[in-house]
Design a binder for this molecule. Structure first.
Ligand SMILES: [Zn+2]
Ligand SMILES: [Zn+2]
Length: 353
């Protein structure tokens, strides 16, 4: 057998249909090419997108499918041309594993907005024509340009959710200049929301949480938010009218956009990082009222993701996680759907070996 034809068979958890529980199985990884890194996965976060994807809610997918795009582990092998990593390095992989590298956005380091479509870490067509398989598995092979360095000062068990929840919230906060003198509201206190709070606080902004109820208020204040309001209380929307420079909406259910837009002050922006599958009607008069903007943002580029990891290491920020074994993934999915997790499930991949 030629070297190129060697394929690794590794343990994994996969969905076999949109409705059946995930099961233990094996999947194949390509051989380590000249520019590839072989990563022994230690921890994999569970993102709400994983659930939408395996259940076919974001479009048809090919089964069996292994999801997971919050991956940390250590490098065990590198290809002959790899210069950025060596065996033993602690690394991470997020939501994408390749892009065209030639379009304007790729050249600008915004690979997530590749005009030819980036290659998602799972359920995407890889450059060799196979369907990418994600991080609920013991090993993954990734091009070095899409591998991140995970600083040692970030606790290993907590690092994985930074690769999606962390960068998804860091990128819009950085782009819209969250910082000293800025009032930032975070809508929703889940996996994304709790990271948005921690990061915005570390950037120096005055942070308000807008959550359905006050049940997580103590946590929000502990993460550094100065204010915490219940969106189930109509008085919240009167009290906070014309207040915020930036609102980061992390909720993936439909929200009353008009109500939230009116909380923005002059030139304020409401950016959505959570998305319901159905379109949201935009109330244009609420935009007119104070030259407001409604925007969307998707993960971050590779360089920016590294910047986020280094920022979190420097500021001592990490996600709050609940560790589970490989056999608890189905149960964890049900709990994510009920928002019964504080704040991110992380699979201990050692339980899959
Ligand atoms: Zn995600
Ligand atoms: Zn591109």
């Amino acid at each position: 057998m030629l070297q190129e034809d060697v394929i690794l068979t590794v343990n994994a958890i996969a969905a076999t249909s949109a409705t059946d529980p995930l099961v233990r199985t094996t999947i194949e990884r390509r051989d380590v090419g000249p520019r590839d890194v072989l990563i022994e996965i230690r921890y994999a976060g569970i993102c709400h997108s994983d659930i939408h994807t395996v259940r076919g809610e974001w479009g048809e997918v090919a089964y069996p499918l292994t999801v997971g795009h919050e991956i940390v582990g250590q490098v065990t092998e590198v290809g002959s041309e790899v210069t950025k990593f060596s065996a033993g390095d602690r690394v991470g992989v997020g939501c994408m594993v390749n892009s065209c590298r030639e379009c304007d956005n790729c050249r600008a380091g915004q690979e997530q907005y590749c005009t030819n479509g980036n290659v998602g870490t799972y359920a995407s067509v890889d450059r060799d024509g196979t369907i990418t398989q994600g991080g609920y598995s013991t090993h993954v092979v990734v091009d070095q340009d899409f591998v991140l360095r995970v600083p040692e000062s970030i606790p290993y068990q907590a690092a994985a959710p930074l690769l999606c929840a962390g960068i998804t919230t860091y990128s819009p906060l950085a782009h819209w200049n969250a910082g000293p003198g800025k009032k930032v509201a975070v809508v929703g206190m889940g996996g994304l929301g709790h990271m948005a709070v921690k990061i915005a606080v570390a950037m120096g902004a005055e942070v308000t949480v807008l959550s359905q109820t006050l049940s997580k208020k103590d946590d929000g204040l502990r993460f550094g938010a100065e204010h915490y309001y219940a969106t189930s209380d109509p008085a919240t929307f009167e009290a906070l009218a014309n207040t915020f420079d930036l609102i980061v909406n992390t909720v993936s259910a439909p929200v009353d956009l008009a109500a939230y837009l009116r909380l923005l002050r002059l030139d304020g922006t409401l950016v959505s990082v959570g998305a319901p599958p159905e379109p949201l009607p935009v109330p244009v008069f609420a935009l007119f009222g104070a030259r407001r903007s409604f925007a969307g943002s998707s993960i971050g580029g590779i360089a920016e993701t590294q910047q986020m990891l280094d920022f979190c290491a420097e500021r001592g920020i990490a996600p709050e996680v609940e560790m589970i074994s490989a056999d608890q993934v189905n149960e964890a999915y049900e709990r994510v759907l009920k928002s019964d997790v504080r704040y991110r499930f992380v699979i201990d991949v050692d339980t899959l070996r």
